[in-house]
Design a protein around this ligand. Structure first.
Ligand code: ZN
Length: 241
């Protein structure tokens, strides 16, 4: 496959989805950089996971190592303070009157994409890659493709750059996301995601399950665990290339 020379910036949280997106981008683009957001998460576990996933991918995949460029973490704590949700404040995870989980930070992806586009402009990268997904719908309106299309248009107009927002996981189930990871990097990539990525909302790294680390009870753990079980039941397939 011919590599895309325009470059990609991956919105990289260190979770299963964005780790798969990073591999997806490294498989396609000559240059790939990563950006993360510190919005005052209750735990620094996610930010640690980002470093180890990047380091392990560079160590295990020589063909991707040279394409993997800089990483930066943008401080958006003032935005996190506005949200005051279960992600940042000491509130339990529950469903609010709109039917949205309290883990929802209003407009979070819109803010992240705007910051990411500003970074991409400076770094001369044309594609923004994110793990937004509407299949395992958990009530996040800023994860829908329709929202991404509108955002893409707004960024193109507002920054006068032909940005593309790539969302390779948009139509995939969590089981299919594992299948995509296997297609991209085989069992070594699966092992990196299991051992080094972090998805649990509570930041639990004490308990290792078949699907990776986590508390095993929060919505993120439930989703990850169900996806893993479904992929295992299907016989650990790789997605057709
Ligand atoms: Zn959890």
């Amino acid at each position: 496959m011919t590599l895309n020379p325009t470059g990609a910036l991956v919105l990289f949280s260190g979770g299963q989805d964005s780790a798969t997106c990073l591999a997806w981008a490294l498989d396609r683009f000559e240059r790939v950089e990563t950006v993360g957001f510190d919005y005052g998460q209750r735990h620094g576990v996610e930010l640690e996971a980002r470093k180890s996933v990047r380091a392990m991918i560079a160590a295990e995949f020589p063909q991707w190592r040279g394409r993997l460029g800089e990483d930066r973490v943008v401080d958006v704590r003032s935005f996190g303070a506005i949200g005051e949700t279960a992600m940042t404040a000491e509130r339990s995870i529950e469903i609010d009157a709109r039917g949205l989980p309290t883990t929802f930070v209003p407009g979070r992806n819109l803010v992240f994409l705007t910051y990411a586009a500003a970074v991409a402009d400076r770094r001369d990268l044309a594609h923004l890659v994110g793990g937004m997904c509407e299949t395992d719908f958990s009530g996040y309106p800023d994860c829908r493709r329709q929202t991404m299309d509108a955002m893409e248009q707004a960024l193109r107009l507002g920054m006068d750059r032909p940005f593309a927002i790539d969302t390779p996981l948009m139509k995939l189930t969590k089981a299919e996301t594992w299948a995509l990871a296997k297609q991209l990097g085989g069992e070594p990539l699966i092992e990196i995601i299991l051992e080094h990525s972090h998805t649990c909302y509570l930041g639990d790294r004490a308990q290792r399950h078949a699907y990776g680390y986590g508390c095993g009870r929060c919505p993120a753990c439930e989703l990850r665990s169900q996806g893993w079980d479904a992929w295992i039941s299907a016989g650990r397939p790789a997605m057709a290339a």
